[in-house]
Design a protein around this ligand. Structure first.
Ligand code: NIG
Ligand code: FE
Length: 413
């Protein structure tokens, strides 16, 4: 397919291929061209520039154009890159939504057998084909919301068979989805009921049986652990992550959602690609990230849904950190995969500017999945995964119009 988008009011998120991750102040700049064109050839960005350069460009370019899109009054941006989801799940959990309204905390619901264990019960009974069908629908849904790359975790199986089933579903999604998919093994999401009095037995199942099989079948890119109060300790996290490294699985972990849990430090000392959540952060955690290559990823729609404090985004940006935004799409703490809403929350609740939030949700999201070479910016040679907005005044309209759909069209490749 050879597509020309012309008369673009503003083409934003333009980057040189060498720019892979934005830190601190760099996040505030979202480079753009006004009155621009974008040319897509065979699914990739082949050229872009100012409209008054278009005729000269077309003269020198012989390839025939299959479709021309007039984007007058509209913005064109790189698709969002959602680096943290749990979108393979059997069913929603509305009953827990009612508990939350009645005032129960996330931990109290988990202690009642709800939460992650509730999802595990449902997933174990569901055939692989049906799980795949449901997850595929969710991927199509998030693409329509502007997501052009996604990471998906296991962790609702919590048994040998069911974790492998989940990861095989994610592997199939990689081959059939229109967007890049990365897989994380999150067997250490909760201790399953069968192992309630035998934590060591469950750790051994993860380390000695699951990890070798996952590596043999090539089922995961990353190893995740829910390192938090009431879930897995930093010491258990160290054991699981170093076992994962032996099989080439880099860590990307859940840290500091429920408490100052030592999760950030565990991520950094195990060279995690990212530490995600970060609702509970102190100066020590921020300093620890400063001396590392670990990417801090914030999931504000989970804080919103669970009525929890938001991560200290401004402090992290001021400390020069490469903050990133993702949805955490899952049935327990963020039953929404809308990156646009996450961007709005980042601005409204965490005082990020629209430019910072969009950068954190696109290029930095790509980096948190090690996909910076493929996507996350308007760069010649990258995948042509782009959002075309409705007619809007400016980029600020994207977070300003929270919950509304400012997207008119999403082009994938
Ligand atoms: O990232 N915090 C841990 N895991 C998920 C929620 C899982 C669930 O409640 O089902 C999260 O928020
Ligand atoms: Fe999560």
């Amino acid at each position: 397919m050879n597509i020309l988008i012309k008369n673009i009011k503003s083409l934003a998120g333009i980057r040189d291929a060498s720019v892979r991750l934005l830190k601190g102040k760099e996040l505030s700049d979202l480079p753009f061209i006004e009155n621009a064109f974008l040319h897509i050839t065979s699914g990739k960005i082949s050229a872009f520039g100012k409209m008054d350069e278009l005729s000269a460009y077309l003269e020198g370019n012989q390839s025939s154009i299959n479709e021309t899109i007039d984007a007058s009054g509209r913005l064109v941006l790189p698709c969002y890159c959602d680096s943290h989801t749990h979108l393979v799940f059997a069913d929603t959990r509305e009953n827990e939504f009612i508990y939350k309204i009645q005032g129960l905390t996330y931990e109290a619901i988990a202690a009642k057998g709800g939460g992650i264990l509730n999802s595990a019960k449902k997933l174990r009974d569901m055939p692989e084909e049906l799980l795949l069908e449901k997850a595929m629908k969710r991927i199509e849904e998030i693409i329509s919301y502007g997501t052009g790359a996604v990471e998906i975790k296991s962790g609702y199986g919590l048994s040998y068979e069911a974790e492998l089933k989940m990861l095989r579903v994610i592997k199939k999604l990689k081959s059939i989805a229109a967007i890049p998919v990365k897989a994380s093994f999150l067997g250490a999401h909760a201790i399953p009921v069968e192992y309630k009095d035998n934590r060591e037995g469950y750790l051994q199942l993860l380390i000695n049986r699951l990890l070798p099989e996952i590596a043999a079948e090539g089922l995961a890119d990353y190893c995740d652990v829910f390192c938090d109060k009431g879930f897995f300790t930093p010491e258990e996290t160290d054991r699981i992550l170093s076992a994962g490294w032996k099989y080439g699985l880099k860590p990307k972990i859940h840290a500091n959602q429920l408490a100052i849990s030592g999760g950030v430090q565990a991520g950094v000392r195990n060279n995690a690609v990212s530490v995600d959540h970060l609702e509970s952060m102190g100066q020590e955690e921020i300093d620890c990230l400063k001396n590392s290559t670990t990417i801090p990823t914030m999931l504000p729609s989970a804080a919103f849904f669970l009525r929890m404090p938001y991560p200290p985004a401004r402090q992290m940006i001021e400390a020069g950190l490469p903050v990133t935004l993702a949805t955490d799409y899952n049935p327990g703490s963020s039953p929404s995969g809308r990156m646009g809403f996450v961007v709005s929350l980042a601005c409204i609740q965490m005082k990020m500017t629209p430019e910072e939030a969009i950068n954190a949700a696109s290029l930095n999201g790509a980096a948190a999945m090690e996909l910076s070479d493929l996507t996350g910016s308007i760069t010649v040679g990258k995948k042509a995964n782009v959002i075309i907005t409705k007619p809007v005044n400016s980029i600020t309209n994207i977070p300003y119009s929270f919950g509304n759909d400012v997207i008119e069209r999403v082009l994938i490749r």
